[in-house]
Write a protein that binds this ligand. Structure first.
Ligand code: HH2
Length: 292
């Protein structure tokens, strides 16, 4: 693709290069699919399904077979209005699953905002720390990433899951998210992380209304501060329900559409529950985009 075509498509070179995750380097010349594994009773779409370690482990194997490049294991729901869970409880949920998945060939990410959980997850072999607070909740997560060399996902969220949907209006949504992600990246660098460890995420549905979430996906490449890759997590979220009037168990096609549009706009990593569908669609879309 020529620079002019890339510029017309609103794309940056954020999809070039690689992501450094604890001694491994993930090349970004193809879309990376991050499969979601929530070990929670209350996640908005898969809560309660993988609470028994054996069910979580079976699910992880299935997502790996379907072509996940990474698995994101979470022990605390961040759905709108969700309350906080203690570090001990979060670890009780995900610890046995992480230990059991140690041998899996797919790198593990842990979705947490707590340094204590992140530290134990690193001890159990996790390669990526996914912090939806962008190092605002517990900046020590930045130290842990720096020491371990783990990948670090920094997401934008205004407020906390409990409060974030109370006010979703912005004077300049894209500008605010971009500025906050640039600050989050600075926090990580100040803590000693290298830029190569960091991936940035505009936080689909986190303090945004449906229109805002659509905007962030359609302009995903804009958030590639300093050329860092962009991750998006549109999977099954309520902006799809609001756009198409579909219930949570009928949002696979729309999730895939959101991923493909974000890919065309410059995103590199896609956090989804329905890995097989996203894998095929993204690989096909990437092959098409290479001809543009
Ligand atoms: N979305 C959710 C959780 N973690 N992490 C990143 N980086 N980006 C996201 O968009 C993102 C995320 C929410 O989705 P889910 O895990 O399915 O639900 P819940 O928070 O209810 O467990």
């Amino acid at each position: 693709m020529t620079g002019a075509v890339a510029a017309r498509a609103g794309r940056t070179d954020s999809r070039a290069g690689s992501w450094s995750i604890r001694g491994r380097s993930l090349e970004l010349d193809r879309p990376l699919v991050m499969g979601v594994l929530n070990v929670t009773p209350d996640s908005f779409s898969d809560g309660g399904r993988y609470l028994r370690p054996e069910d979580a482990i079976a699910r992880a194997g299935r997502l790996a077979e379907e072509g996940a490049d990474l698995l994101d294991v979470g022990g605390e729901s961040t759905r709108p209005g969700a309350g906080a869970v203690s570090a001990a409880e979060e670890w009780d949920r995900i610890g046995p699953v992480l230990e059991a998945l140690r041998g899996l060939d797919v790198p593990l990410s842990v979705d947490t905002t707590k340094a204590e959980v992140a530290r134990r997850a690193l001890g159990a072999g996790a390669a990526v720390l996914n912090d939806v607070s962008g190092l605002r909740s517990d900046p020590e997560i930045g130290d842990l990433a720096a020491e371990s060399g783990a990948g670090l996902v920094l997401m934008h969220m205004r407020g906390t899951p409990r409060t974030m949907q109370e006010d979703t209006s912005y004077d300049d949504l894209v500008g605010s998210v971009l500025a906050a992600l640039a600050e989050a990246l600075e926090r990580a660098l100040e803590r000693g992380c290298s830029a190569e460890q960091v991936v940035l995420d505009p936080g689909i549905g986190f303090g945004k209304d449906a229109s805002g979430s659509r905007t962030l996906l359609a302009r995903a490449g804009v958030f590639a501060v300093r050329g860092r890759p962009v991750l998006v997590g549109p999977s099954r979220k309520s902006f799809i329900g609001e756009t198409l009037g579909l219930p949570v168990d009928e949002r696979v096609e729309a999730t895939v559409a959101a991923c493909v549009v974000a890919l065309a706009a410059g995103a590199s990593v896609f956090r989804v529950h329905d890995v097989a569908a996203a894998r095929r669609a993204l690989d096909m879309a990437a092959a098409l985009l290479r001809e543009a």
